[in-house]
Design a protein around this ligand. Sequence first.
Ligand code: PLP
Length: 395
Amino acid sequence: MRLAYAASPNLILFASFIAQDLTTMTNSFFPPIRTLMGPGPSDVSPRVLGALGRPTIGHLDPLFVTLMDEIKGLLQYVFQTENALTLPVSAPGSAGMEACFVNLVSPGDTVIVCQNGVFGGRMKENVERCAATAIMVQDEWGQPVDPEKVREAFKSNPKASLLAFVHAETSTGTRSDAETLCAIARENGALSIVDTVTSLGGIELKVDDWGADAVYSGSQKCLSCVPGISPVTFSPRAVERIQNRTHKVQSWFLDMQLVMGYWGGDSKRAYHHTAPVNDLYALHESLVMLQEEGLESAFQRHRRNHEALVAGLEAMGLAMAVSPEWRLPQLNSVLIPEGIDDASVRSSLLNDFNLEIGAGLGALAGRTWRIGLMGYASNTANVIACLSALEAVLA
Ligand code: PLP
């Protein structure tokens, strides 16, 4: 009697499952094959997708630990650094950003934050959530950060202990002079936090030569890996500041002193969190591909394809939003001509040509399109496909 009673709820469930209309069942998801020419994620190469599907092994397996060491070495190569604390944070670029701020900012600190687009605004948020004061240096969207304004901000705020800025502002397609900005931070006894989410692998970035202190990036832009991983690197000066903290880092997950126990230099790796094993196979493969090509050649490829795209756009009568000196080759901001409906052009490109380009963000929403030529997606075939699709849609 008791047995029958215990079994009955399962039986009812089973019966209702059988009775269910099979058309309401959720099926496997098969995405279309798109060409990703927006602000990211960018196209992932078949080699990287192949690596993603390899058998999962334990995240403390000795073979996996060897792979972690290789990833660290490859990241040091792409960041152009010898920083020992160089690793992929197991979460997207925003987590890399947060890792830099929560580890280096203490309550009561003053941080100079440069804003010339969306992502400088997020830096301000991070500073304030660390109970510190953000001194904002504002530049127009589409213009680079002005080093003179940064010098002035240090003069007026001599206690500022950090300078934070975005190297490649994805919302506008603008590069800033990271080398000069890092030098200004050093001259003023401050550390620098540099967002290289869109620059890493696409344009020159020399962490050691420029003296950048805490640098974060993302896997889904010029590394052409799947989204969800954030490479970071910290200079010895930044590590010293982290080690001398008197306030506990507010985030347990992103506390670098704890993460170091897993990603640190010795062979004894302590469990901190379960690494995204297959995503790291993918990251490893994308970094191997970049190393095979060579950083310089990758930068030149980005530049060549950018120049071809701009020539084609200008031949169609379209104008670029950023002046040539500060344009990012991997993210091309195009002014939308008068009378053209932004959203309907983008949806025709997506639906009729399987081609994704990005909308303008924030102050540039409705005024620009953002055409990405990032990593694996920066190739001649994509330039031609994008120009001919745009021409057809705008005709
Ligand atoms: N910083 C910049 C410059 C970005 O372009 C992005 C994303 O596009 C981020 C930070 C945030 O990265 P994620 O979306 O991977 O969290």
